[in-house]
Structures are given as structure tokens and as C-alpha cells.
Write a protein that binds this ligand. Sequence first.
Ligand code: HEC
Ligand code: HEC
Length: 432
Amino acid sequence: MRKPTTPALVLASVLLATTPAGAVDLTPPLSAVAQLGKKLFFDPALSGSGVMSCAFCHDPANHFAPANDLAVQLGGPGMDQPGFRATPSIAYKSLTPAFSIGPSDPASEAGEATPMAIAQTSDTTEDDATGAIARLLVAKAAGPKKGDTSGALVARGGLFWDGRADTLEEQALGPLLSPFEMANKDRHSLYLTIRKSYGAEIAQLFGAPVLADEAQTVDEAAFALARYQVEDPAFQPFSSKYDAYLVGKAQLSPAEARGLKLFDDPKKGNCAACHLDTPSHDGHPPLFTDFEFEALGVPRNPAIPANADAAYFDLGLCGPLRTDSFASKPANCGLFKTPTLRNVATRHVFFHNGVYTKLTDAIRFYVLRDTQPDKIYPAGQPFNDLPARYRGNLDRADAPLDRHLGDKPALSEAEIADVAAFLQTLTDGYTR
Ligand code: HEC
Ligand code: HEC
């Protein structure tokens, strides 16, 4: 498959995001391939139902997340097939590193990541690149900390809640062919649809012989979708109040500032241990995720139709949507990827199963899970979305998830409100 993305473009969009307001707009126009990707992204004809485009679920008006309150979206040929997971925002996803298993990454702990776009186009392997950064940063260890994972092998990166796609182009074929999303019958019918509407453009961009090759035509369409997400700064605007604050152009309100402190404090929220919030050593704004996988044990969501079957469990890294060799390892069951918290205050549902509809409930989960479980789970059924045999995988090491029944919650109600106020500063499109 072709190389997906150009690092310069990713970096350009990051840098341009910090261009002062009023300055000449130097945003490069989208490449011809990205323009094709943009058309594909908004085209409902690319679905079996004829009404569902990527934008249907990843709404640009809501930071590329759904604007409705459904835990899982409805799709399929008749638009009545429920999905299995909450739809994430796809802003900032081009900066996701490829899936890997390795030592808990000191580079990531210090706010560094190797964006997949950069790793895949560099001549060095991702491990080389990450290793070099790790060596540079090995001494930097202040601030919020994870529980003792030093030396332990951890999963990180990849797209989807379970990291099962390594690149944006690989990912794009998922929804196009999923029977409960865009529901093209198979690659052949997808090929016919693409050729019908975009044949001329694809021949012009990639050469006429590509059109004769079904697999290559579909791959080029996926490539175009990826390029659109990489190139259009709308996907990675870095235009939140917090971004302005980091460069000294905005002041946090007292509640926001208290919330940031609690977010960072290892004895309080400790959120930044996983949702990294400081710029990298070369000044790249933080992505609010270390891309690592954890089993938090969020409560089961009865609003997901699949959950009507008491024997059904979404176990993340160990399936059922992930089916490779990682899925067969019991130690991976219940683990999901740490999502970015950028634009989190605009989400309508929270966590992989969309179990919460209020941001404060999502925060409260962290501090009551162990201290007052009856406020989180149905009475007497803690961790009701993870079979008992996998509960050893639960994260009990990282504060505030290291407390016990009856302990004082790490955050008071007033402090939960402050953390929520801080999270509001992560919404893009801030203007004074
Ligand atoms: C029916 C709603 C729906 C449609 C339509 C849809 N998606 Fe998604 N998208 C989702 C859901 C749900 C997930 C998470 C699925 C999972 O983790 O298994 C997701 C995940 C993603 C991710 C990975 C996000 C992450 O956090 O790693 C990307 C990128 C993405 N979609 C892009 C697209 C593109 C491109 C299209 C069009 C070709 C598209 N989506 C169409 C619902 C949708
Ligand atoms: C040990 C790592 C870790 C720590 C510490 C942590 N989180 Fe998370 N966070 C995650 C993971 C993993 C998920 C996804 C879990 C899932 O969906 O099952 C998540 C999901 C979330 C979500 C849902 C986002 C969405 O788009 O659905 C919110 C909100 C959130 N975290 C806020 C916080 C706050 C606030 C704190 C501090 C009180 C915190 N997190 C501490 C790892 C962590």
C-alpha cells in the first residue's frame, strides 16, 4: 500500500494553528487528492442506504463527532442497525501513533508521541524514532505519574477504541464495509460506486490503469479520505482556550485554573498521567492522551441493544471487534484506548460504550468507582460490564483508581465541577 501521509503537512497544520489572529492566512490549499477525499467524506452515495456519509456520524459542526445523544449510531442498508460503540470525534486522529506493544513509553509520558503520519514516512522505523526521543527525555520525570508500569509491556496507539487499524486509510474501509454503518455490500460494489462518481477524477490523479484494478481503486479512495483528514486544519485546529493559555494569550478563570491543578495533581485527579496536558519538548501542543490502553471498568450501558444479551461483552483489545492475535490474550480483555480530551465538553456521550451523558458523571466515575461503587453500578454488581475472570486486568494502580471502599473520594463535588470547568477550555474555536 502507498505511503499514507506527509509529515510536513501534519507539521504545517500544527504550526499554522498557532498563527496569530489577523495574520495572513498561509494555510496551504488542500492537495488534489485531499480534495477528492473531502468529496468522499461528505458523499452519502458511498453507503448502502444512500443517506450515510462519514460526516453523518463525524459531524464537522460538532468537532467531527455525532451531534445526537445516541450511545451508538444507527446505520446499515435500512438505517436501523445499531452499532456497538460510541462514535469518537475524529479530530486530531492523524496524530495517532501506529499500534504497538512495548515498554510504557517514557517519551509519551513526557508529552511526546510519534504521530503515525511521521513514523510511517520516515526512513527510520517507529521504534528508532520513539527510542531516540525516549533517550532524550529519559531524565524528565516530574509531574503526574502512572502507577508502576516501568518495565511492563503496554499496548498503545492505533485507531478505533481497540487500536485495530494502524492507518487512516486502513480505518476508512471499516465503516464503508461495516453492515451496521455505511454497509456497502462488498468491495466490488463499493468499487462500482466509486468508479461511477469519481472514476474520471481517480484516473486523472492516479493514472487510468488504476481504475481497471478494483482493489487499487478502493485503496486510492481510502488514501484520499486519509489525506483529507491529515491536510485539512479543521481536523487539528489547536484553537482552544487552553492552547491560547499555553502560549500566554489567554488567562484561565479561577475555576478553570483550580480544575487544571486538580487535573495535574497526582493526589487528586491525576488525569494528566494518562491524558497528557503539557507541550512536547519541541513545543507541540499536548494531545491529552498517551495513547495507552487501560481497563477502567465503566458500567454496562443498557442503551446499547447488543447488551440485551447478558452473554455479550465488548472487551476492547480482546474483541469481539478486534480479531487478531491480541484478541486471544486474556490479559487484553477490557482494555480500551485512552481518548483525547480535546473537545470533550462537546461530546454527548462518554466512554467507549457511551454510558454517561454528562461530563461531570464521567469525572465522578473515576473518584467513586472504588470508594462508593453503589453510586456507579447497579447495587451489588460492581464492574458489571467485565466478566469476573478478567477483573484482574482492571487498573487499580493509577490514582484516583487506587482507593478502597469507604475511602474519601479523591475529588469533592466542588472539585469535580472545577475539573469540568477546566475541560471546557479544551473546546476548539476559542475567541476572546
Ligand atoms: C454509523 C456512524 C459512523 C460512520 C458513518 C463513520 N464512522 Fe467513523 N467511527 C464510528 C465509530 C462508532 C467509531 C469507533 C468504532 C470502534 O472503536 O470500533 C469510529 C471510528 C473512526 C475513526 C477512529 C477514531 C479513533 O478514535 O481512533 C476514524 C478515523 C473514523 N471513524 C473515520 C471515519 C471515516 C473516514 C468514515 C467514512 C468513510 C467514517 N468514520 C464513517 C462511527 C462512524
Ligand atoms: C489510567 C489512565 C487514565 C487516567 C488516570 C484518567 N483517564 Fe480518562 N480515560 C482513560 C481511558 C482508558 C478512557 C477510555 C475508557 C473506556 O472508554 O472504557 C478514558 C476516558 C475518559 C473520558 C471519556 C472521553 C470520551 O470521549 O468518551 C473522560 C471525560 C475522561 N477520561 C476524563 C478523565 C478525567 C477528568 C480524569 C481525572 C479525574 C481521567 N480521565 C483520568 C484513561 C485514564
